[in-house]
Each structure stands twice: as structure tokens, then as C-alpha cells.
Design a binder for this molecule. Sequence first.
Ligand SMILES: [Mg+2]
Length: 214
Amino acid sequence: MKIYKLPKVIRALVFDIDLTLYDNRDYDEAQKDLLVHRLSEYLRRPFEEIAKEVAEIKDEFKRLNQGKELSLGNTFLQFGISIDESVNWRRELFKPEEFFEPDLNLIQTMEKLQKRYKLNAVTNNPTIIGRKTLQALGIEAYFPHVIGLDVSGESKPTMKPFFMLSEKLQISLNEMVSIGDRFAVDLELPLANGLGGILVEKISDVYDLPTILH
Ligand SMILES: [Mg+2]
């Protein structure tokens, strides 16, 4: 875990979902594969060819942007696939319930955290997939607000979902903490806009949050 900044007063936590609230790399890889498959079907070109081009676009972006990751949603824009279309594909293809079981440690963690903070999730997946993932992990009830790509209309890194939450909750940005597994995607912009930021490197980092924050 890396703690970049913690506000004096914390009223809301904003979690990324994928690879933050679970460790299952198989699921994450499966998601990417399904999307690239769908893209190759859509373009009527071989999967291997498209997979190679996707990797090249991401590598090139990384090289030109100090190692920053380009999200798959933003990569697909370059193939002419709108964010709306990406959302539809994800909604149709992803089945988090087939990969996850309730995580008792995580449930206990959220039970503790929700007593002190408003818990929120922001994801580059459609809201319904984010909710299904939280549900499969057993923690959906703790998250009244989940903002997915279909609601924000912009793929992270973007401040849009954080602004939306701030307005919805009537909590200022500098009383919120963003928690995620990728600095450039989940933390960099929030930190620059006054939020606190915590980088999660393994799932047990999340289990430690009640101790770290209280
Ligand atoms: Mg993530």
C-alpha cells in the first residue's frame, strides 16, 4: 500500500473496483480477452492481429506519456468504437458472478468502514457490471453509489465521476479519498484536485484500511 495523501477530515471513500476490491487476475484477463474478441468480430479481422494492434497502441501511449496506461475504453476509441458501444459490449459479455465468491474479510472491512464513511465505487465498467461484481463479493449493500462508464460517459482517468459524487453527496473533494490499484488511472487526477489517495497493491491492503484510516 502507498498512502499519497490523507485529508484531515474524511467523509467519503471512493473505491475503484477491478483489481482493487479483488485479486482475481484471471477475471481481469478474461474481461480484456472478451472485449478484444468482440472487437475483432466487429471489424471482421483476425483476433491475433487486433490483439497485436491493441497492445501496440497501449505501448505507444505509455512511451509518449511517462509510462501511463491507456484504458481499454480509450484504446477502442481509436478503432472507432464509442464509449457507448464499449459499455454495451461489456454489459453483454462480462459475467463476474462466475468468477467470484463472497469475501468474508472484505465484508467485515466494509462493515467497519461504512460506520464512519460514505462508501462509493467508480469503475470503467458499466454500472451494472460494477454492481454485479460487488454483489458477487458480498459487499454491494455497502455501496449506495456506484458510478460506471455509462453514467459518467468518460473513461478514467477523468474527474467527472468524482465531481458527480461530490455533488450527489454534498461532500467536498478535499474530504474524499480515492482508493485504487493504478496511480495514473485512479489517483493522479484526484490528488491534483484535492482528494486523498491510497494505492492498493494487494487485497490485504484493503483489509487494513479501517486501521489505517481510524
Ligand atoms: Mg483497477
